[in-house]
Design a binder for this molecule. Structure first.
Ligand code: F6R
Length: 247
């Protein structure tokens, strides 16, 4: 794991945007794996800026999002589909047909999961997978205890994730209990480069366990230790419990 400690959140966004930019410049038809949540918002802002200033062209890029809530339509204000269009897709030139987000309102959920998995495989995998990390060590919606061999599937959100995500819904009771998520094995096997972003003190313990703790399914992000190409970009707050401050 290569760990970069950014001075501030803005640096974290700039560093991660540069990694994405270099990838897309070198490979205009790059496949990007994307995350939602608060952490990558600044990265997406930077990518929009790079597109608008003519530095980046997304016309040949393909994207796959990590996860989506089950039961929300794409137009629902809290769907990850809407999040991605609001923060990124509506502002850049990636063609609609090259954007992939699991459909949480598909009545055939099992088919949706296997089709999603097959599509990533067929396209040849993911060049850069952006990840956030939950305070409980989750990646995607792979909660503590998730099978490291799991593929894209239906998952149940943990109580701590429901609580953490209630801030977007206004009330905890409105947070969906189920989601579709790429599995840990999907991420591990299909991603050529994983870029994990962590910001804020509330992520410090998870970052330390991910990078320096034992590999255990109880801290899903710790499984990333066995991936050959992971870059962690943490701001000072998220990095504060690391014993070794860079590697
Ligand atoms: C979202 C996702 C989640 C988030 C994580 C951190 O697509 O996969 O694993 O990355 O919950 O969320 P924030 O960035 O809101 O702290």
């Amino acid at each position: 794991m290569n760990i970069i400690i950014a001075d501030h959140y803005d640096d974290l966004c700039r560093i991660s945007a540069d990694i994405v930019k270099d990838c897309v410049k070198a490979k205009p038809d790059a496949v990007l794996g994307l995350a939602t949540g608060s952490t990558p918002i600044g990265l997406y802002k930077q990518l929009v800026h790079q597109y608008k200033s003519g530095e980046l062209d997304f016309s040949k890029v393909t994207t796959f999002n990590l996860d989506e809530y089950i039961g929300l339509s794409p137009e629902h204000p809290q769907s990850y589909n809407k999040f991605m269009y609001d923060h990124l897709f509506r502002h850049i030139n990636v063609p609609e047909e090259q954007i992939h987000i699991p459909k949480g309102d598909n009545p055939q959920l099992e088919d949706e999961c296997s089709a999603y998995e097959n599509l990533i495989r067929r396209i040849g995998g993911i060049d850069i997978q952006i990840l956030g990390i939950g305070a409980n060590g989750h990646i995607g919606f792979n909660e503590p205890g998730s099978d490291p061999e799991a593929r894209t599937r239906i998952v149940r959100l943990s109580e701590s994730t429901i609580k953490a995500n209630a801030r977007f819904f206004g009330d905890q009771s409105l947070v969906p209990r189920l989601a579709i998520s790429m599995g840990i094995q999907t991420i591990m096997e299909f991603s050529r480069h994983i870029v994990l972003l962590a910001s804020g003190e509330e992520k410090a313990e998870a970052v330390q366990k991910m990078a320096e703790g034992i590999m255990t399914k109880n801290v899903p992000a710790s499984i990333l230790q066995s991936h050959p190409n992971v870059t962690v970009i943490a701001d000072q707050h998220a990095a504060q419990q690391l014993k070794k401050q860079s590697s």
